[in-house]
Design a protein around this ligand. Structure first.
Ligand code: CDP
Length: 220
């Protein structure tokens, strides 16, 4: 079986940065599952689909074409139905839309095969909310990455600022807390560590050290 390292956790826990760095170090593929939910939320909004209509959004998910394009260093660009949506997808409005549609079981079901197809040799680092619990339950390596809510809001704030998006830290803290609550409280694939996941708390820890702690989950 092709090995998978799952990295799940709440918003702003540093999953994206850490997962990409770890994938690069290992020479493994990388799955940003959050980007898939964000892309479907965006495509549904473009098409005027009612985000509360589970079946309609699931149909939209099935016909939405999502591509990841590496363009030099940095985060890969996300192309949704032929359009570069990278910038739009990082906005908290896209995060909120993703969280809303991600609560619909048929939408999650529509994205399962697509996520499994990322499992290619020599290995996969899968970043999300339910990678270790639902999508790759047989993964040999599982991490649950956390950090205090305040630190997560600060990180997200800094990240958005670097991208030229100005937002208020307090409102961001509230939005993130609301999204966490919805993600943890939903009936389908609630955010929680897999029983066999190693919990890594990154509060006050430099990114380089978090990367080492995650890599330590794998054998030498
Ligand atoms: O970057 P951040 O952690 O804020 O968000 P993300 O990973 O891009 O995910 C956005 C939203 O998609 C989350 O709030 C979840 O509701 C949903 N999601 C999910 O349900 N399952 C996943 N595997 C990944 C994301």
């Amino acid at each position: 079986r092709i090995p998978v390292l799952t990295i799940d956790g709440p918003s702003g826990s540093g999953k994206g940065t850490i997962s990409r760095a770890v994938a690069e170090r290992l020479g493994w593929h990388y799955l940003d599952s959050g980007a898939l939910y964000r892309a479907v939320g965006l495509a549904a909004a473009w098409e005027g689909v009612d985000l509360s209509d589970a079946e309609a959004v699931a149909q939209c998910a099935a016909r939405t074409e999502i591509r990841f394009e590496t363009q030099g260093a940095g985060e890969p660009h996300v192309i949704v139905n032929g359009k570069d949506a990278t910038r739009q997808l990082r906005m908290e409005t896209a995060g909120a839309a993703a969280s809303a549609i991600a609560a619909h079981p048929p939408v999650r079901a529509a994205l399962v095969d697509l996520q499994h197809r990322f499992r290619r040799a020599p290995g996969l680092v899968a970043d999300g909310r339910d990678m270790g619990t639902v999508i790759f339950p047989d993964a040999p390596y599982k991490v649950f990455l956390t950090a205090s809510a305040e630190e997560r809001a600060k990180r997200r704030h800094k990240q958005l600022k670097e991208k030229g998006v100005s937002v208020n830290l307090d409102s961001l803290l509230h939005e993130i807390a609301a999204r966490d609550e919805r993600d943890a409280g939903r009936a389908v694939a609630p955010l929680r560590p897999a029983d066999d996941a190693v919990v890594v708390d990154s509060t006050g820890t430099p990114i380089t050290e978090v990367i080492e702690r995650v890599l330590a989950v794998l054998p030498e």
